[in-house]
Each structure stands twice: as C-alpha cells, then as structure tokens.
Design a protein around this ligand. Structure first.
Ligand code: IVH
Length: 695
C-alpha cells in the first residue's frame, strides 16, 4: 500500500515537474516567437526589405496566437498578436482625436534680414551663445503618431492644432511607419511628430499611371493629402507611394532629452525614419551656408522641401523662449524664395482692363512652378515689353511667388538665337471693340470707349460685384461674360434688373439657378457708403480714396454736389483724382445710373466709425517705404480715424508702422516693446474698418 502511495506521489511530482518544465518551455517558445515575428515586422515595416514569405510569416503568427489562446497567462499586451488586427482596430473607429500636446506651426522668414530681426536678434538678447539644429522643411502633411507601450495606436492630422482627424487606417499602410517600436526602455507613451510626403518619382508615377481614379494632382503636397484622405474602395497599394520623416516629439512620459539632436537620434534608435541631412551649428555663417547649400541641392533631393527649419538645439533654452499660441519662438522656417523657371515666349496676347489700359500677357511653353502648371504671365504694360526688349521666341524667366500673379522677370540673351526672334506687334486698335487706341504721356495705350467696349464693361461689372464693392456672390463672373457677349446688359443697373426673360437666354443656366438669382435680386441690397463709392469704378478712386471721401462727405448728395475746390481741400486727394471725380459726376449718364441704382440699393452711412475704431487716439509712428499705399494716404487715413501721428518714438508711442528699409525707429521701438504693425497688417486693418459691418 505504501509502495503504491509512493509511486502515486512520484508520478504526481513528475507531472508537476513536467508542467513546470512545459510552462518554462512554452514561455521561452512564446518569447522566442515574439522576437522572431517582431524582427520580421521590423524588416518589413521599417527596412522595407522583408525576408520571409507571407505564408511562412502567417504560420509563425498563427502558432503564437494559438499558444496565447491555450495559455492565456502567457498573453502580453506587447505581443505582436495585439498589433493592428486586435488592438488598433478599436482606435480606427475614433475619427476626431485630441493631441496630447498641441501641434504648433512655424513662423516663416524669406530673407536673411528678417531671419536676424525676427529670430536671431531676440535670441541673442536673452542668451549668450547657442547651437542650432538645422533641418530640412519637408513639403507634406503633418502627422502625430501615438505609440503606447511601443505600439502605434493612432495617427492624427494637425487639424486645428488641438484636435485632428485620426487616419490610422491609412497610415498603417505606409511602409516606413513602424507599427511597433524597437529598442529597449521604450516610453509608455510617445507622440512622434513628422511629415508624410510623396517622393518626386512616385508623384510622377501617380500622375502618369493615373493611379488615383484617373484624377491628376498638381503638386506633391496635394497628392499626399489626396491619398491620405482616400477612404472607400481603394487599392491599398496606393499608400506604398507615401513616405514619412519624423522631426520631433510631442508628449512623452519619459522626457529626459537634453537636445533636439538627441531626440532625433533616439527616434532613429526606436526605428522611426528621420532625415539624414540634419546638422547642428553654432555659427550663423554655417547656418546660412546650410540654407544656401540646400537651396541649390533641393532639385536633386528625391522629395520636395520648401526651406529649412532652424531650432535652438538645447531643450532647456527652448523652454526659456516658449511658444505663442501659433508657433514656437525657439524655431523658425527659413523658406526658399519663389521658384523661377526658364521657358520660351510663344506669343503675346493683348487685353483691355477696367480702366481701358492695354495689358500685354505673355503666353509661353508650360512650366511647372511649385507644383502649378503655368503658361501665362502679366507683362503689365507696353513699356515693360520695351524694358525687357522682349521678342517672340525669347528665352524668358518666369517667377511665381505665393499667390501673386506670375511675371516675366528677365530675358536670357542667347546670341545664337537672334535669327529666330520676332518682333511683338503692338496693336493700334482695341482688341475688344476695335476703336483706335489712345496714347498717354507715358506711352501707355488705352481704349477710350469706356463701357461701350465689351472688355471694359465686363471688367467693370466684375468690379461692381466684387467683395469690396457690392459683395454680390449670387452672380458669377462667367455669367457676366455671357450676358455682355450676348448684348443682354449694358451697365450695372441692367445687372441688378435682370429678369427671367433675359436669364433664360443664357445656355446652361438651370431654372433653379435663375430662381435663386431672381430671389436675391428682389431684396434691396444694403451697402456702406464707402463701398458704394468704390463700386462706381471712378478712375483712381480705389478703396482707400473711397474711404476718405466717405468720411469727408456725410451723404451721397453732398458728394454729388461737390466742386473742384472742395475736392482739392481733402488733404490726400490729388488734382488728378479730383478731376476724375468731377468728370464722373458731371456726366448726366452717370447720375442717371446712380439714381437707378438707388432704387435697388440702400446706402448705409457709418457716422460714428472714427470713435469706435482700433486707431482712435493711438499715438502712431511710421518708418520705411510702402509698396501698396503712399505714406501720404496712410497718414491721412489714420488721422481721419482719430490717430495721432508722431515723428519720433517715445515711451508713450502705441504703434510703429513698419515699411521697407526702416530707420533706427525700429530699434528704438523694440527697445520700448512697442507694438509693430507691418504694411500687410495695416492695410488689412484699414480695410476691416472700411468694411465695418459688412452687409
Ligand atoms: S517643427 C513646434 N520641423 O512645417 C515645431 N516642422 O509650416 C513644429 N515641417 O506644421 C514643427 N519640416 O508639419 C518642424 N523639420 C521640420 C519640418 C516641419 C516640415 C512642417 C510641419 C509644420 C509646418 C509648419
């Protein structure tokens, strides 16, 4: 009996020992399997160089899933079985997601002067020396990748900086974004910030093969965005076209980094792709050279960049400077200037503008600048053709800067080419109404037919409906073209009196559109006095002059009864403008038009505007030259608004208005911490006041 008992216990013990052994064995096997799978994942997702066949990989993963299922105590949240299939899917359902730390933008500068003024000078004032991390500015779409315990769980677009869209489903398909981080001591939470982009080569492929449902993209940035936003019935292979570079981190629970360079190195250690061209410099000379080098080298890079980013390297120093709501003060984007392209001139087209001036337009072989195809550029006026000594067939340089109209900046003289060059024939008659063109003192040609010329009538009516004038959006520019071409309208009154009979003569204009236009025209249109004056299209009376007139004359009647002396008494209205105004209000035809317009329009007089406005009683100093407004006009406008204009900066100055090439007033103003407003901003503010209470 005893023997039997001992045997039983031995068997039991062996069983237990076997179970313990099996447990260890299985644990070891699971760990080994996880390691192998993680390695394959790394090769596949990060190195983009898988060395295992799909079915072999699936076999390994199935083995691991089975083991974890049979022995739940072996489960681990860091297991590759928890990736994508299980864990991530639940995140995919969430659309909008908050960033743990807001995703800021960057302040931009376009030249060395501003780089010093806006970035280096303020830094130099507070810290003695510093080193800067210089990076490329990738031209793509910003993304915030959230890794929890090393696993990618969400990918949020920048959105408004606080909340973005979780596009994890699509981001998971991008090959060089790791689903799992590698390396030791991973932080539990890590926000990886960077840019998703498409290389130049893949962009070409995308458009050549029309991979995106036959649609073409105009530049790499819009292509990246287009692909990232795709959601239904798409071939997942399209995401193979995208790439990612990280340029930093957001939130992390393990924040022990000393500098930006260290952050990038750590990210690389975790398996995150970073760009190899980052450099740390401590002299401006080297930073400027880095910029100059990549300004040229960018054409040879496989992806598009639009500048460089300069960041204070030391994190503690970064924190001294902090951020505004919009951008960090410790970093700046030093952008490349607008791109220039060489092409050749095919022909010159002549157009008549609102004021009858003949404008030559250059038509050249298509060039792509910053991702936009261009084949037309303005030549401003006849004198510009002479200045450039431009001929048909010439090699020309086209420049496009932001949203500004492209222009011809230069002619490249090629001696061998001289035989092919053909003179540009300057028209003697108006290309629109065929009347003989007149010449101004400065040789500029213009058509005298005014609104009898269809080109001028079209341009005037487009001015009449524009935002700063009547702000009519229910009538489009194309409709105006058709109405004028068909001789259905002759002036602005006809436009406001459009009826069903006239509109039904326009092809492709549906009943619903007609109904909408007629419904809008039924109501009396409300417009402020200054905008009404601007809408009349009097030569030389732009929005700024219209504002001044509207302050000077209390009512339209006052204005229509004015005389040359009164007009010239308005300090900032010159003789030429005064004569133009007088010439306009003397014509019976114009008064007729105004009287008829008043049947459809209510003018709003904004009497107390000057006391409510931003500039009222502010002490203002002006420095430098201005591009879009004369200093004379600026001073007068500000005075009308109740501002006090001073010549010199003192502690009591409230605002410095900054133009090009400022004097030492700028330095003084920065010393006293005085608010500085540049030309764009001042024009914006003045326009806002003039558009005050838009109707
Ligand atoms: S740093 C708080 N570094 O440029 C710092 N941004 O125009 C924020 N960008 O939204 C960004 N390359 O998407 C940084 N090397 C780089 C960058 C970079 C491209 C993007 C980024 C940002 C935008 C601002």
């Amino acid at each position: 009996m005893e023997k039997k008992n001992i045997k039983f216990h031995i068997i039991k013990l062996i069983n237990i020992l076997y179970k313990i052994y099996r447990l260890f064995y299985l644990r070891k096997k699971v760990i080994k399997l996880r390691k192998i799978i993680n390695n394959y994942n790394y090769r596949y997702y990060i190195l983009n160089n898988s060395n295992i066949l799909d079915y072999q990989y699936d076999k390994l993963l199935t083995q691991l899933i089975k083991l974890e299922h049979l022995y739940p105590y072996l489960k681990n949240k860091n297991s590759p079985t928890q990736l994508v299939g299980a864990k991530v899917k639940s995140y995919i359902l969430q659309k909008k997601k908050k960033h743990k730390i807001p995703m800021l933008s960057l302040n931009n500068v376009f030249n060395e002067n501003n780089l010093f003024k806006k970035f280096f000078s303020p830094i130099n004032k507070r810290i003695n020396s510093s080193s800067f991390c210089c990076e490329l500015k990738f031209d793509g779409i910003a993304i915030n990748l959230l890794y929890k315990n090393g696993y990618l769980v969400s990918a949020i677009t920048r959105g408004d900086g606080n909340i973005g869209e979780n596009i994890i489903k699509n981001v998971l398909q991008i090959k060089n974004i790791p689903h799992i981080l590698k390396g030791k001591n991973l932080p539990n939470i890590l926000e990886v910030r960077g840019e998703i982009f498409i290389t130049k080569k893949k962009f070409k492929l995308l458009n050549q093969k029309k991979l995106n449902q036959n649609k073409l993209f105009s530049n790499t940035r819009s292509a990246t965005l287009g692909i990232l936003k795709l959601n239904k019935n798409i071939n997942k292979k399209i995401f193979n076209l995208l790439n990612f570079f990280s340029y930093g981190i957001g939130f992390t629970n393990k924040n022990f980094f000393l500098n930006q360079q260290e952050i990038l190195k750590k990210l690389q250690y975790y398996g995150i792709p970073i760009c190899k061209h980052t450099k740390v410099y401590s002299s401006y000379y080297e930073i400027i050279n880095f910029y100059k080098y990549f300004k040229k080298k960018r054409y040879f890079l496989p992806y598009n960049i639009d500048g460089i980013v300069i960041k204070i390297n030391n994190i503690k120093k970064q924190n001294i400077f902090g951020c505004t709501n919009h951008a960090p003060k410790w970093a700046i984007a030093y952008k490349f200037p607008s791109q220039e392209k060489l092409t050749s001139l095919k022909k010159v087209i002549f157009q008549i503008g609102r004021t009858g001036i003949l404008t030559p337009i250059a038509n050249f072989h298509t060039v792509n600048i910053n991702g936009v195809n261009i084949n037309f550029a303005t030549l401003y006026n006849i004198n510009e053709i002479k200045r450039l000594n431009l001929k048909i067939g010439d090699k020309i340089i086209i420049q496009r800067c932001g949203d500004v109209i492209p222009k011809v900046t230069n002619v490249v003289i090629n001696e061998k080419c001289t035989r092919k060059r053909k003179n540009i024939l300057i028209p003697k008659r108006c290309p629109s109404c065929n009347s003989i063109l007149n010449k101004k003192k400065n040789n500029i040609l213009y058509c005298t037919s005014e609104l009898f010329c269809k080109a001028q009538l079209k341009a005037y009516l487009k001015h009449f409906i524009s935002r700063n004038a009547m702000n009519i959006s229910f009538i489009g520019e194309k409709l105006i073209d058709k109405l004028v071409d068909k001789n259905l309208i002759k002036n602005s009154v006809d436009l406001l009196n459009l009826n069903n009979f006239v509109l039904s003569k326009i092809e492709n204009l549906g009943n619903k559109s007609i109904e909408k236009i007629l419904k809008c025209l039924k109501k009396k249109h409300k417009v402020t006095f200054n905008r009404f004056l601007f809408s009349l299209g009097i030569p030389e009376v732009g929005i700024v002059t219209s504002n001044i007139i509207s302050f000077f004359f209390k009512t339209l009647e006052d204005f229509l009864n004015t005389n040359l002396i009164k007009l010239q008494n308005i300090t900032n209205i010159g003789e030429k403008t005064a004569l133009n105004i007088l010439n306009y209000i003397k014509k019976k035809h114009n008064i007729n038009i105004i009287q008829n317009l008043l049947k459809k329009i209510d003018i709003i007089y904004t009497n107390n505007i000057s006391k409510k406005n931003f500039f009222y009683q502010k002490k203002i100093v002006i420095t430098g030259r201005f591009k879009f407004i004369t200093r004379y006009n600026l001073v007068n406008q500000l005075r009308i608004l109740g501002a006090i204009i001073n010549n010199n900066i003192s502690k009591k100055t409230n605002i410095l208005i900054l133009g090009i090439k400022p004097s030492s007033k700028l330095l003084k103003a920065t010393k006293f911490n005085i608010k500085i407003i540049n030309e764009n901003k001042i024009i914006y503010l003045l326009n806002q006041i003039s558009n005050f209470e838009k109707y």
